[in-house]
Design a protein around this ligand. Structure first.
Ligand code: HEC
Length: 161
């Protein structure tokens, strides 16, 4: 009796096997399709994030110079956001591991903005710019030379409040 019962259970299990196989094959196909779709999804490159940072680096300077502290705060946060995105999306680039080196300079600029201290802002901005330069040198991109801007190119935006 017990043997017949076990036989019954085993045959039911085997009976289900092809169906379960079909189902997992179908799931695997769906996973493969999703994986290939994901790999085709557009993702900005390291250089594109940097180009974005360059824009905010420039705007940050003029916002600070005109003591437009709200705008300066906005711009420094845009830089931080872009750097976080590099860490999130550019994991296959070894340079991403060096992003934390810029944190002290960013903190120093943020602090000057909070304190609305123009003198500290200018010296922190110099430190920030030197850090951009240092990372480019370390990552063999010494030909990308960043400097404190001397004129603002966004004439369609007012920096003076
Ligand atoms: C962690 C290291 C690192 C830091 C910090 C860094 N950069 Fe870069 N930057 C790079 C690398 C690497 C590239 C080359 C990207 C590529 O391969 O496309 C680059 C490229 C650039 C480019 C060229 C993009 C273009 O379109 O011409 C600009 C501009 C730039 N960075 C600006 C900055 C500014 C401004 C800062 C500071 C606020 C900064 N970078 C800080 C590593 C860094």
């Amino acid at each position: 009796m017990k043997n017949i019962f076990i036989l019954g259970v085993v045959s039911i299990l085997f009976g289900c096997q092809p169906k379960a196989d079909d189902h997992s094959k179908e799931l695997q196909n769906q996973i493969n399709n999703l994986k290939s779709e994901l790999s085709e999804t557009y993702k900005p490159g390291f250089g594109e994030f940097m180009g974005n940072i360059q824009v905010h680096h420039s705007k940050l300077w003029f916002a600070g110079e005109y003591e437009n502290w709200k705008l300066a705060d906005f711009e420094i946060n845009e830089i931080k956001e872009n750097l976080e995105n590099i860490q999130k999306y550019e994991t296959d680039r070894s340079e991403s591991e060096m992003i934390p080196m810029i944190k002290p300079a960013l903190d120093s600029v943020s602090d000057a903005i909070q304190k609305q201290n123009l003198l500290k802002f200018k010296s922190s901005f110099n430190l920030l710019t030197n850090t951009c330069v240092n990372c480019h040198i370390t990552t063999k991109h010494e030909f990308i030379q960043i400097q404190v801007p001397d004129m603002h190119i966004f004439s369609n935006q007012k920096f003076k409040m």
